[in-house]
Design a binder for this molecule. Structure first.
Ligand SMILES: [Zn+2]
Length: 113
């Protein structure tokens, strides 16, 4: 379960940021999780609850935002939104797509005290 490692890396980020921004407590963490990031949100929530115990983020809320993935369609010469990695182009129905985003996993925003 790599969600445990991801949760630990989030806590690492929160602790680093606490030193920079000088906060003592994290209330909410907004994450951006792309549809191809291979992150099981429920598993991540569980892991986050476990690894934040006794840290500055104990009891913090985890909010996950999942933006649509994008791909570049060669025939259309345009960037299009896709739901699955091997989706056809929504404009021309073609499959000459180059996935350009969708595997991001990052902390987008924090609510802190
Ligand atoms: Zn197209």
């Amino acid at each position: 379960m790599h969600e445990m490692a991801l949760a630990e890396s989030i806590v690492g980020i929160l602790e680093d940021q606490a030193r920079v921004q000088n906060y003592a407590r994290v209330r909410t963490v907004w994450l951006e999780v792309g549809p191809f990031a291979n992150v099981e949100i429920e598993a991540l929530r569980f892991s986050f609850d476990v690894v934040t115990r006794g840290t500055l983020a104990e009891g913090a809320r985890l909010e996950c935002d999942s933006p649509a993935a994008r791909a570049w369609c060669m025939p259309c010469g345009e960037s299009v939104a896709i739901a699955q990695r091997f989706d056809a182009c929504p404009l021309c129905g073609g499959h000459q797509l180059q996935v350009t985003s969708g595997d991001e996993f990052r902390v987008k925003e924090l609510e802190v005290d």
